[in-house]
Ligand binder design. Structure first.
Ligand SMILES: [Zn+2]
Length: 134
């Protein structure tokens, strides 16, 4: 049985941090390609900045160009940045809603997950989770 804890506990956080950073690089490369493909002079100029832009400002940069194609990347970047922030705060791997540990398998599949499977399901349904019925 898993111990309920607000700590990162036994989780291999560096493992997930590596995954998140690799993902971030991937999205950044893709975002750059989207900008270059758009061909607009201003986008090309921004794409040049994407290469060495600070982590925090890439999503803002993409929002700025208001490119429909970039919206998926923007969301992904924000999710990754949020997850990295939770690592820094020491809350990574803990469900933001019920404060229970997020399933290891779920984090493995979705390193940016901020909710456990149950809470995510409830969240997607658009209404609050019922009290745990254990
Ligand atoms: Zn939860």
């Amino acid at each position: 049985m898993e111990v309920t804890t607000h700590q990162q506990g036994q989780r291999d956080v560096p493992h997930f941090e590596r995954k998140l950073r690799a993902k971030w690089q991937e999205v950044r490369t893709r975002a750059r390609e989207v900008l270059l493909r758009a061909g607009n002079e201003r986008y090309v100029q921004i794409a040049g900045q994407v290469h060495d832009v600070e982590d925090e400002s890439l999503a803002d940069l993409l929002v700025d160009v208001n490119l429909a194609e970039a919206s998926r990347d923007i969301q992904e970047i924000r999710d990754i940045e949020d997850a990295l922030r939770r690592i820094a705060l020491g809350t990574y791997g803990t469900c933001v809603r019920c404060k229970r540990p997020i399933e290891g398998r779920r984090l493995e599949a979705f390193p940016t997950a901020s909710r456990c499977t149950q809470c995510q399901r409830e969240y997607e349904k658009g209404h609050p989770a019922p009290p745990p019925s254990l």
